[in-house]
Design a protein around this ligand. Structure first.
Ligand code: XIL
Length: 334
């Protein structure tokens, strides 16, 4: 009895020490990922955890317009290529991010006062060139990012940005051009606050359903999942929403998950435990649907979060120590 107990304990301890998210995810057919920032790849601890734990990475900024076309007609792929090379040498996939968005655009584009025809041509050339460059090197593209208003109502659905309303059908066009540039890459619509129920999740659902019905090439929806202890969608409603999207024949990726402890209550340990529960419930929701095929967080260490580090939104602390959220993902996947 005593010997058995020791053996089982040893087994459990060794399992959790050897735990690697990507292997556990693979057992379920899920990619597990993080965004990656080229500027940190030279940092040994950063690179080691990124390379060991994840089977897919998303360039945090390196494939956005500002990075890839800093001057009109001049394309630079150095940063994005560094991400792809890192992924290749660590046997990882890459999610392309992104091709049309209202942010992280170069100023020549946003302040160029271009007319609609020129904007349309600029978008097409950009998509042809960037998708062409990364053909065969990324598994999917977030083609259009965050196109829908936070509170869509009465037919007023789309955010005004450099593309809209100048090119009213830019979403359809972007997907069609991306598909022409690489017929084999999967094309995603990606947005935040679209996870659960309400006007925005409905607007995202209606958009992608309409695209499917009209034969626009779209293969998936990215649910970013930027949430906090204060604002986090009801997980049953998330499960229902994932189901209705995948019922359209689309995949779902959780693309940018982080859970800020803002608005949490109790001690820090209690907040990190509550955060772990949110991560675990979302992983469980993804595991519950065969067409939820990737679970990606927006970074992995609180040292480098796009939020303030004191919001502690990620799986590792600022010293690269795994947090309760990491342990909960391991348990949920085991
Ligand atoms: C963020 C990056 O993390 C920041 O470094 C950058 O300054 C701004 O963009 N939704 C997205 C991501 O789709 O591209 C954003 O990334 C975070 C919100």
């Amino acid at each position: 009895m005593h010997v058995l107990f020791v053996l089982v304990t040893l087994l459990l301890v060794s399992c959790s020490y050897g735990a690697v998210l990507r292997d556990l995810g693979q057992n379920h057919g899920k990619l597990i990922g993080s965004c990656a920032n080229q500027g940190h790849l030279a940092e040994q601890q950063y690179a080691q955890i990124l390379g060991q734990q994840f089977s897919v990475i998303t360039p945090e900024n390196e494939m956005k317009w500002a990075a890839t076309q800093p001057a009109r007609g001049q394309f630079t792929f150095t940063q994005g290529d560094a991400i792809v090379n890192f992924a290749t040498s660590h046997n990882q996939k890459v999610r392309g991010h992104n091709l049309a968005w209202g942010e992280d655009n170069p100023s020549w584009l946003t302040s160029g006062n271009f007319n609609a025809t020129t904007k349309q041509n600029l978008l097409k050339t950009h998509i042809d060139t960037v998708v062409g460059h990364y053909k065969g090197k990324v598994i999917c593209w977030d083609v259009v990012n965050e196109a829908i208003l936070d509170n869509p109502a009465n037919g007023n659905v789309y955010k005004q940005n450099v593309w809209y309303p100048a090119v009213p059908n830019y979403i359809d066009l972007a997907f069609q051009w991306a598909n022409q540039a690489d017929p084999n890459v999967k094309l995603f619509y990606n947005d935040y606050s679209a996870e659960g129920s309400g006007a925005k999740p409905d607007a995202v659902y209606n958009l992608v359903r309409s695209m499917k019905q009209r034969g626009i090439p779209i293969h998936g929806v990215g649910l970013q999942y930027h949430v906090s202890l204060q604002y986090s969608p009801n997980i049953q409603q998330v499960i229902t929403n994932i189901q209705r999207i995948t019922d359209l024949g689309l995949e779902v990726h959780i693309t940018e998950m982080d859970v800020s402890i803002q608005g949490g209550s109790g001690s820090q340990a209690q907040m990190l435990a509550a955060q772990a529960t949110v991560y675990g419930s979302v992983m469980k929701a993804c595991l519950g649907n065969a067409k939820c095929t990737a679970f990606v967080s927006w970074g992995f260490t609180d040292k480098y979060t796009w939020l303030n580090s004191n919001q502690m939104p990620l799986l590792y602390d600022t010293n690269y120590q795994p947090k309760p959220a990491y342990d909960t993902l391991v348990t949920t996947l085991s």
